[in-house]
Write a protein that binds this ligand. Sequence first.
Ligand code: TPP
Ligand code: MG
Length: 319
Amino acid sequence: MEKATLLDWYRQMVQIRRFEQKCAELYQLGKIGGFLHLYIGQEAVAVGSIAARQENDHIITAYRDHGHALAVGADMRRVMAEMLGKVTGVSKGKGGSMHLADVNKRFWGGYAIVGGHLPLAAGIALAEQYKGTDAAVLCYFGDGATNIGYFHESLNLAGVWKLPVLWICENNQYGMGTAVDRASAVPRIIDKATAYGMKGKQVNGMDVVEVYQATQKALKAIRSGKGPQFLEMITYRYEGHSMGDPLRYRTKDEVEKWRADDPIGILERRLLQEHNATQDELEAIDQAVEQEIAEAVKFAEESPLPSPEELFTDIYVEA
Ligand SMILES: Cc1ncc(C[n+]2csc(CCOP(=O)(O)OP(=O)(O)O)c2C)c(N)n1
Ligand SMILES: [Mg+2]
């Protein structure tokens, strides 16, 4: 891998982490309302897989969506404004944390119903197949979502019609406070893909390079007509399910064990040891990210709230 590419992935992962740490702070101050699900620990999945997509591919995910939004290149100022419910936000301040989107980047969000976006991913893929394009859909979801009916219907249909979808399960070991093996009849999520005739691969989701390579290979298989593919990214969320989670369902030792595999730490070590990067070089990136976040917060804070009339726009039924 080129050093410049790895440095860019490092920048993106630091950007996502620091952005979310700032969001947690703003949440505590009451400036962000509603639910807030942090992606901290899982950054390598969004960054590595989105780096492997081609421009006309689609991205769709669940409510833990800040990392995906930033990795597709959504304007951070507008993402932050959305977090604060401001009119300059990517969803005009009406969606908030769970409903980020950027149509120009083919990033469709941000869905709060567990598994609810999987049929949408199949539908987008069907449209692309019908039009005869080479675009694929990268659909992200949690381990918990694989126990939902939508998951099974969507994988089945994708298998039957050989739809160009890459199913990306972010197995972060828990669905809220429930460990995977307490909720799923098969603890290896890829075994579920086998049931629908799909090739599945378990990937170290803490290693951005491994994520990139596996995604690249899977997308190539999809584009060569091999049908949908499935990747199970083995990862971990360091924070709670959402803000205010007392975390009674896991031990400190477990968290510490996973912290040794911090995705940013792994890449930092690789850059320093194998690519002659210097600590100063990385610190300069960290500082530039801090600056960018400070500007995004300023922009969001200075932006107005949506006007009351906005309640009647962007809805299905005209008032
Ligand atoms: C259909 C549905 N059932 C229950 C919920 C409540 N809920 C929100 S997140 C969640 C856990 C999902 O876990 P997982 O798919 O592993 O995603 P993660 O939060 O770990 O990223 C549940 C049960 C919901 N939003 N939608
Ligand atoms: Mg989970």
